[in-house]
Write a protein that binds this ligand. Sequence first.
Ligand code: PLP
Length: 407
Amino acid sequence: MNAPDSSFAAPTEPHVMQTYGRLPIALSHGEGAWVWDTAGRRYLDGLGGIAVNTLGHNHPKLVAALRDQVGKLIHTSNYYHVPLQEQLAAKLCALSGLTNVFFCNSGLEANEAALKIARKYGHDRGNANPEVIVFEKAFHGRSIATLSATGNPKVQAGFGPLVPGFVRVPLNDIEALRQALAAHPDVTAIFLETIQGEGGINPARIDFLKDLRKLCDEHDLLLMLDEVQCGIGRTGKWFAHQWAGIVPDVMPLAKGLGSGVPIGAVVCGDKAAKVFGPGNHGTTFGGNPLAMRAGVETLAVMETDGLLANAATVGAELKAAIEHGLAGLPGVVEVRGQGLMLGIELDRPCGVLLTQAMEAGLLLSVTADKVIRLVPPLILTSAEAAEIAARLVPLVKAFLAAPASAP
Ligand SMILES: *Cc1c(COP(=O)(O)O)cnc(C)c1O
């Protein structure tokens, strides 16, 4: 496992802009759910590049497909037809029950497109000031519009004035939502993560999602579900809202769709699919052949290798192992989430666990200050899930037993 004699020393990077609080390692290569750092230490990847590396690292089929594609075309521009776009779009529509896809390059871009659709949907109906309902603790990205839609004041601090046109309500509170709708007749869309990721793994309840679908139908609003993090098989269904048996009008996707190759997509149903016409939206890189091939191959491998079922089963095992390991421990507020999107909420900020886990050969994240987040590759095995729990549980126990450190 980890070489005992090598100490962790941060590589210096005086020319990279200092926007991230980084751990003092650099990774050099990976295999499945394992990665190695430049000093040769091995880590079990409970983070999956933040819910991105669906197929893990160095997946033989993905690597072969990408090698093949790089030797043909990487990029052509959208001046021309890109047949792989139709191939991936058709697949996403078949899996979601929606009808049309716009491709971009990241999560915030997918959300920007969704917000533009929400506004134009209003304008097309004679509403010159369309508003969008968003939620407390939401995260939708870090562009000016998407950070305005985000519910975390830390993400917004220093970047005002915020984009107007957002009405914020608490999650899972249908009464508050009804009141907001009554007070804001210009609302054209309801925009939420089916399971909040950065906000601390907070699921929208099934009954709440069903109520939202009903309200959107009654009021002619767009239901826009940000599945950038929780979509693409992570919860054990292709899309997290499918657990509620509903279909959204607009669904931004990104993270897991390309298994690590940057990609974003907005998948739309009938109500939203024709809102954009020629000239309304575009991107230079979006839908390039390399990213499309990554998406096509990721979905194909997920199907042939049964990764939805794997995410459900191994995720349930991982959750059970953590619940069992932490049972009755004061300081553990809740273990929640679905499939391989799990959060362990503690009663105190626990960012220090990032470094401790790394030292124990485990990669994970801490979000919303107090929530340990596990979003590993969907190829995770039962044995690897057991190993994540075996490495994590003692760390949490020791952390909670230690006297609280000064903030
Ligand atoms: C990560 C994330 C985004 C932003 O995606 P980027 O690719 O970082 O721009 C948006 N929404 C959700 C739910 C996310 O988890």
